[in-house]
Design a protein around this ligand. Structure first.
Ligand code: PEP
Ligand code: CO
Length: 450
């Protein structure tokens, strides 16, 4: 078991076994970059981080609902205005559906502004006779299969920080400027959705909301200012620990250390070893954190992790993101819920219906069946409700773009369609229609709980 008695520092993880890290050739250059990153301003503030923690506490009690979504991996190239606005648009539309259906506040967290590093199943990749380091995301190295591109480059940590800052700056500007104003849902329209089978239902809903808003504002004789803005938080897998460490710091008038590179870092499935460096790092930060729970985790392991990561039962601190797979969730989730109940601590339960449902087509394309995604969400609602437990949110890989990466959905995408608009270099994402259909299912389930 992890020795949690020894003093924690932002770099105490370095004394533990660390998984999924690149090997940098030039340690001095790495140290210089980490030093520079440590001196640059934070991307987020401790006020925002604490506010999110409170909102996640509300999710864990069923008073709010978390929508966490975005790409599997951001790339430096995807730091473009159209890609950023289309993520915002789809998340605003999904959250409108969710709020309308549930009368609950929706907490929005993007997998954005820092989701640049990916865990990999192998350290090396072989093509022909050549063996090179595996591509670990734009924060670490570059994807073309050449020695130069694949060599981990410390400067990319700085480039990643800068891209994250550019992304966040644009998101903050849009939101402050009125992009998320509910009086103008037309700002969130995506070019192609008029032909979408989901669009008519969504339009009806938006018209209904506009009517109610107009009615309320006429009665109150004042525009509803609070409806003009939303909060939007960021998250990424806290994988590249040098990057996380460099942005981990104390702030005036609060105790402890905050990771100020993101509001909500999460621990991936491949780095959740009890004695490992990632758990050591995460135990010491004050942020709300996520922990992925997959089918290979067992109750004893989870209990240890909860003891290490969530010793004080602080409201909103720990979100468990289950990603068990549609076929396993009914078997495995009840035990996990009972395990957590036995610890006496409260967590925020969230379902990630993506990562347990990845498969390959006969021609080797990575995909996911929409029915399995819906199935895992549905089963998670069912299991939580039979256990009097609360499902507090969903964690999804989505895009506002018109891609064809997952099979099924309202338009019944088939394997032949995958070739048409498959853009993801990593995991397949739900497209606009599939995302909206999922939001409608979730709204329907939550309405039952009302
Ligand atoms: C991810 O969220 O992109 C991911 C790799 O998930 P997991 O750690 O659950 O496999
Ligand atoms: Co993924």
């Amino acid at each position: 078991m992890s020795d949690t008695n020894t003093a924690w520092t932002p770099h105490s993880w370095q004394s533990k076994t660390v998984m999924q890290q690149p090997v940098y050739a030039d340690e001095a250059e790495l140290a210089r970059v980490v030093g520079e990153l440590s001196s640059l301003p934070p991307l987020v503030t401790s006020w925002e981080v604490e506010s999110l923690k409170n909102q996640l506490a509300a999710c864990s009690k069923g008073q709010a609902f978390l929508l966490q979504g975005g790409d599997c991996a951001e790339t430096f190239e995807s730091c473009r205005p159209d890609a950023i606005t289309s993520l915002l648009k789809i998340m605003l539309q999904m959250s409108l559906v969710l709020t309308h259906g549930t009368r609950r506040k929706v907490v929005r967290i993007g997998r954005v502004a820092g989701q640049y590093a990916k865990p990999r199943s192998a350290d090396e990749e072989k093509q022909g006779d050549e063996v090179l380091p595996t591509y670990r995301g734009d924060l670490i190295n570059r994807s073309p299969f050449t020695k130069e591109d694949r060599t981990p480059d410390p400067k990319l940590l700085l480039r990643g920080y800068e891209r994250a800052a550019l992304t966040l700056n644009f998101i903050r500007g849009l939101i402050d400027g009125g992009f998320a104003d509910i009086h103008h849902p037309e700002y969130w329209d995506l070019d192609f959705v008029d032909q979408s089978p989901m669009s008519a239902e969504y339009k009806r809903l938006v018209d209904g909301i506009k009517d109610s808003l107009e009615f309320m504002e006429n009665v109150l004789d004042t525009p509803e200012e609070s409806m003009k803005r939303v909060e939007f938080f960021t998250s990424h897998e806290g994988l590249a620990l040098r990057y996380e460490q460099a942005q981990t710091r104390t702030v005036p008038r609060r105790d402890g250390y905050y990771n100020l590179a993101t509001h909500f870092p999460w621990i991936g499935m491949r780095t959740a070893q009890i004695d490992g460096a990632h758990i050591e790092y995460f135990r010491g930060i004050r942020n709300p954190i996520g922990l992925k729970v997959g089918p290979t985790m067992d109750p004893e392991w989870l209990t240890h992790l909860i003891d290490i990561l969530h010793p004080d039962d602080e409201p909103g601190r720990l979100t468990l993101i289950t990603r068990l797979g549609a076929s396993k969730v009914r078997d495995l989730l009840p035990d996990f819920i009972d395990t957590v109940a036995a610890t006496g601590r409260t967590v925020n339960w969230v379902v990630d219906p993506m990562h347990g449902n990845t498969e390959s087509t006969a021609t080797g394309i990575k995909t996911r069946q929409f029915d399995n995604i819906l199935g895992e969400v549905q089963a998670s609602f069912d299991v939580h409700s039979t256990r009097s437990s609360v499902l507090g949110g969903i964690h999804v890989e989505i895009t506002g773009d018109d891609v064809t990466e997952c099979l099924g959905g309202a338009r019944g995408l088939s394997e032949a369609d995958l070739e048409r608009a498959y853009l993801s270099k990593v995991d397949p994402r739900l497209n606009y229609e599939q995302s909206m259909e999922l939001a409608m299912l979730v709204a329907h389930e939550l309405r039952k709980e009302r």
